[in-house]
Design a binder for this molecule. Structure first.
Ligand code: SAM
Length: 220
């Protein structure tokens, strides 16, 4: 369970070179940073879809279930050996986003964050366990740079409105308009690339998407 999760005590001590060796040829090179984070990445379909679109951007998937994260780690290893010049920019780690997110990312490090079909928890007393709540939003705002975007999608209307009300109430986030969504090439991948999204398509489920931009602090 959770106590077996290995996590860095601070972002500064995280060993990123072992996850993205092609970007850390020189052991002293610590400048490259993860910029996209897929939180609860499941089987990793989004990572694989984004990899060729952003070949110079380091993309990280975080996944709680050890069997699932192992599957993604293996999949990336195989992709790298089949295509030696590709898929060097994606990696997956097993971790609990709700507990350890701040241990991995520095202030304003990320430009994109993804919450695709996050697990719902309906019971009232479980609200605080949702990966999107008042406390975690503050952590996400801290790690996102100004102009950075959070992408969310779910098939559950109640969770969609929960997500939307939390982001809308938060002063550091602004909802993207329909026009902005249309102009963003990543949006199509949100709908089509993940395993959960494909499952929802097969059962003709809803795909409720909402994206939010990190805006400057209005009180500063
Ligand atoms: N995003 C993927 C997709 O669209 O296919 C997976 C969606 S699946 C419904 C939700 C995933 O989030 C599961 O794989 C689950 O193990 C993971 N998860 C739930 N809580 C988590 C947490 N606190 N930290 C990391 N992953 C978590």
């Amino acid at each position: 369970s959770d106590h077996l999760i290995d996590y860095p005590r601070t972002p500064a001590v995280m060993d990123w070179g072992s996850l993205y060796p092609a970007f850390f040829n020189n052991p002293k090179d610590k400048t490259k940073q993860v910029e996209f984070a897929d939180l609860g990445c499941g089987y990793g379909g989004l990572l694989v879809a984004l990899s060729p679109m952003f070949p110079d951007t380091l993309i990280l998937g975080m996944e709680l279930r050890v069997k699932v994260s192992d599957f993604v780690i293996d999949k990336i290893k195989n992709l790298r050996s089949e295509h030696p010049d590709q898929y060097q920019n994606i990696a997956c780690i097993r971790s609990n986003v709700m507990k350890y997110f701040p241990c991995y990312f520095k202030k304003a490090q990320l430009s994109k964050m993804f919450f695709l079909y996050p697990d719902p928890h309906f019971k009232r007393n479980k609200h605080r366990w949702r990966v999107i709540n008042r406390g975690t939003l503050a952590e996400y705002a801290y790690a996102l740079k100004e102009g950075g975007i959070v992408y969310t999608i779910t098939d559950i209307p109640m969770l969609h409105s929960w997500i939307d009300s939390h982001f809308t109430e938060h002063p550091l986030f602004q909802k993207l308009t329909e026009e902005e969504l249309k102009a963003d090439p990543v949006v199509e991948k949100i709908y089509a690339s993940t395993e959960e999204g494909q499952k929802v398509s097969r059962t003709n489920g809803l795909k409720l998407m909402a994206c939010y931009r990190r805006v400057p602090d209005p009180f500063k």
